[in-house]
Design a protein around this ligand. Structure first.
Ligand code: ATP
Ligand code: MG
Length: 342
């Protein structure tokens, strides 16, 4: 309540933005919450322009029209792809679009907290400042898992693991703003599962037709580790005819392919902590990001860590907005001196 009052007083719009490889979301102080897939596309030529009828397209709409567009996914592996043609421009467009979706008042100033993957904070700060300076008046860039942790009030003795598309980000919270040592990023995340699934399916069904986008959709629909009671079957064309394919085993293997690195890094992060606090942190491990929707993943991790003592692993309730909601909360709570004026 206190924050809302302050906001009314200074008249600014506070926003939290989660800039993700695959999805980006915004949560704003005026209660708007929106997300888009992090794709930007520009019509390739004069005909394409007439077909799509817009100068620039975003997210799902850009993907649907991809044959007419120069398509850019600017944040692959969690970093703005420096030097790659149009990726800076694409990040700018995403920010502009997200801020627009939050419907700020005509002359309202925007104060934004932007979450990015932990390891790339330094590289990204400059690039993000350049990308947002036209649309945002005050800025703070934070790591994605820190934003999640702040939003959930996990400020002390917790480990947040954000399993995204390009990266899995780890962040230990122990009562202060996390330092570099408290954070780690690894590259086994959703995109990696997609690659594995694509190759397992190509091997098992060499004559069937499917693409990476379809494979990702199969994963998002059926993902699990260990076991689920039901069959997992999808329809794919073989020589032009639709045929049912059993993909259960491949889904499981692909989803489980990220687990060894996940377990190992979790153990490594906990081992860095003063032993007195390790038990507390082990009992407060929270999974976030789209990867936390894999069925059975929290139990899997919890059991894998059991040989190191008791532990508790849970998942955030709203992975799509946990990052941007936390960033918004930070924006609303943050003292003046932390803001960077643009
Ligand atoms: N039900 C699901 N099961 C498994 N994976 C899922 C599910 N839903 C979404 N995902 C995957 O989660 C990933 C996207 O998660 P999220 O939106 O947290 O990532 P991001 O923030 O865009 O990426 P990053 O944090 O790496 O920049 C994608 O790989 C997506 O396929
Ligand atoms: Mg993310």
């Amino acid at each position: 309540m206190k924050q809302e009052d302050e906001q009314k007083k200074d008249g600014n719009l506070y926003v939290g933005i989660d800039l993700g490889t695959s999805r980006s979301s915004i949560s704003a102080g005026n209660s708007t919450r929106e997300w888009i897939e992090s794709y930007v596309g520009w019509p390739r030529d004069f005909i394409a322009q007439q077909v799509v009828g817009k100068p620039v397209l975003f997210g799902a709409e850009a993907l649907q029209n991809r044959l007419s567009l120069d398509l850019c996914r600017p944040l692959e592996r969690g970093i703005i792809k420096a030097g790659i043609e149009k990726s800076d421009e694409a990040v700018k467009e995403i920010i502009k679009h997200l801020v627009g979706l939050a419907k700020p008042g005509a002359d309202q100033k925007i104060n934004a907290v932007v979450g990015v993957p932990a390891d790339t904070l330094k590289v990204n700060k400059l690039a993000i400042r350049a990308a947002v300076s036209e649309y945002v008046h005050s800025l703070m860039v934070v790591s994605e898992p820190f934003a999640v942790a702040y939003g959930m009030n996990l400020l002390n003795n917790a480990l947040v693991i954000d399993i995204g598309a390009g990266t899995t980000d780890f962040c230990i919270m122990h009562g202060t703003i996390p330092s570099e040592d408290d954070q780690k990023t690894i590259l086994t995340a959703g995109d990696y599962i997609d690659e594995q699934l694509f190759s397992y399916l190509s091997e098992k069904y060499p004559n069937s037709r499917f693409n990476r986008n379809m494979v990702r959709q199969f994963k998002e629909r059926f993902s699990f580790v260990r076991d689920v009671p039901e069959d997992v079957q999808v329809e794919l064309p073989v020589d032009g005819k639709p045929v049912m394919h059993d993909i259960k085993n491949e889904i499981r293997r692909a989803c489980e392919s990220i687990m060894p690195a996940l377990v190992e890094t979790t153990i490594e992060m906990i081992a860095r902590i003063d032993p007195e606090f390790q038990v507390k942190i082990k009992n407060n491990i929270v999974l976030a990001g789209g990867g936390s929707l894999i069925r059975g993943i929290s139990d899997y991790l919890q059991d894998a860590l059991r040989e190191y003592g008791t532990c508790t692993v849970t998942c955030v309730s709203d992975p799509l907005f946990a990052g941007s909601d936390g960033a918004l909360k930070l924006a609303q709570d943050m003292p003046e001196k932390y803001w960077e004026q643009l």
